[in-house]
Design a protein around this ligand. Structure first.
Ligand SMILES: *Cc1c(COP(=O)(O)O)cnc(C)c1O
Length: 442
């Protein structure tokens, strides 16, 4: 079995995400096509599994998508990469035009990963506040951030600093992470007949805390950063859109910028093209990544409004102080453009609505399980929350036996299938998740 020996060669050689070098052996990928992964385990057993994870939110159009494959091949026939310092190219300009059109924002900075785009967003917010001060319009020293408990914004130091301070690995790096301010998690929201509904009184209380926090710290705050409406890696949690609307209003009142991190939620995943649209909020700064290239290559973008960029341009610094080597990689931009074209076709809306319906049905049986605390669905995202931490290797293996690839964390077994998943695919995913939860946790 060449794949089994591949897993042997991997062990102790390669780090995997948040895993020890001698952790549970990974599965080897033999191929990926459409919604399916072909996997081999360390015992030599092979599986055909539906990818319930879209490779961490990214493979929205599925694997080996002919349109994306063609875009990649075509661009590689022209050139694969050139520096972006002093040079430009069609794939970058075209993608920037598409993104500004889709988001209503005006300017684009291409980064090579989501975390880096968050770093750039935070830098821009600080440079904006500094610029305001230098132009005689603002106060000095506005360089801290207000973030949400339960949030996740990436793994680099500044991004980690705005992740949940308890779950966000801060304790391992106390000397390296700047202390930011945090608001409690906004009240939960549940989808009822296509609307996100939450407890009005809890929402008012939360907004009062937001207002008080910003009022007492506005001298030092540069921006509010949130994942709009859906918190992903911090707990697969859906919160009241009213909280986002209030954050927009309070940011305006106190001269703060609003940064929405749409890296997980962007490009249709929650049932809106961008999750901020659940609250009809226009951010000053937006980060996108993950599904940007349909999961083909690492690319992210930071977008901002003309008003914010103008302050930086007019300030003594003039430039945004960042510039990665692989900025606006042409291959990644070309594939992303093709993915944007697919989204512009509009079929994602029916696809996501269909997945929502199928997920609601397919995950309903989980509610009967003793181990399950809650089942929640929004757009093409389905979450089964247990009372206990998931036995990840056992649940992964049990789901694979039912033909489904999942990657649970903490007490969460969740799915965000590729948009091209059929009702039958989603039924299989739901059944696999329910069966795995039941077999392993009862
Ligand atoms: C994944 C993620 C990031 C980090 O993106 P990377 O490409 O992994 O660096 C940041 N914010 C959110 C909301 C994410 O889901």
């Amino acid at each position: 079995m060449p794949e089994a020996s591949l897993i042997e060669r991997d062990r102790g050689l390669l780090w995997h995400p948040y895993a020890p070098l001698d952790g549970h052996p990974p599965y080897a990928v033999r191929g990926a096509n459409g919604t399916k992964l072909s996997l081999t385990g360390s015992d030599g057993r092979s599986f055909e599994a539906l990818d319930a994870m879209s490779s961490w939110w990214s493979a929205i159009h599925g694997y080996r998508n002919p349109t994306l494959d063609a875009a990649l091949v075509e661009q590689s026939g022209r050139f694969s990469h050139v520096m972006f310092g002093g040079l430009t190219h069609e794939p970058a300009v075209r993608l920037a035009e598409q993104l500004t059109e889709m988001t209503g924002l005006d300017h684009v900075f291409f980064a090579d990963s989501g975390s880096v785009s968050v770093e750039v967003a935070l830098k821009l917010a600080v440079q904006y506040q500094l610029g305001q001060h230098q132009l005689g319009r603002g106060r000095p020293g506005r360089n801290r951030f207000l973030a949400l408990r339960g949030g996740y914004h990436g793994d680099t130091f500044a991004a980690m600093g705005v992740c949940d301070p308890v779950d966000g690995m801060h304790s391992a790096f106390p000397a390296n992470i700047a202390q930011q301010l945090f608001l409690p998690r906004p009240p939960a929201a549940h989808l009822v007949n296509g609307t996100l509904v939450s407890d009005a009184e809890s929402v008012s209380r939360w907004i009062a805390v937001l207002e008080e926090t910003v009022r007492s710290h506005s001298n030092e705050l540069a921006a509010i950063i949130v994942e709009p409406v859906v918190q992903g890696a911090g707990g697969m949690f859906f919160y009241a859109p009213e909280a986002l609307t209030a954050a927009r209003r309070v940011a305006n009142e106190h001269g703060l910028l609003l940064i929405v991190d749409e890296i997980a939620t962007g490009f249709g995943r929650t049932g809106k093209l961008f999750a901020s649209q659940w609250a009809d909020v226009a951010p000053d700064i937006m980060c996108v990544g993950k599904a940007l290239t349909g999961g083909y290559l690492s690319l992210a973008a930071m977008l901002c409004s003309a008003r914010v960029a103008a302050v930086v341009t007019e300030s003594p610094l003039r430039a945004l102080l960042h510039g990665p080597t692989f900025m606006a990689n042409p291959l990644a931009c070309a594939v992303a453009s093709a993915s944007m074209d697919l989204l512009a076709g509009g079929t994602w809306q029916q696809q996501v609505a269909g997945i929502l319906q199928s997920l609601e049905q397919a995950l309903a049986p989980a509610m009967e399980l003793e181990s399950v605390r809650e089942v929640r669905v929004l757009g093409a995202v389905g979450v089964v929350e247990l009372h206990v931490p998931v036995d990840v290797p056992a649940v992964t293996a049990a789901a694979l036996d039912h033909g489904v690839w999942v990657r649970p964390f903490r007490n969460l077994i969740y799915t965000m299938p590729p948009f091209i998943s059929t009702p039958h695919d989603v039924a299989t995913i739901g059944a696999g998740i329910c069966a795995a939860a039941s077999q392993v946790h009862g």
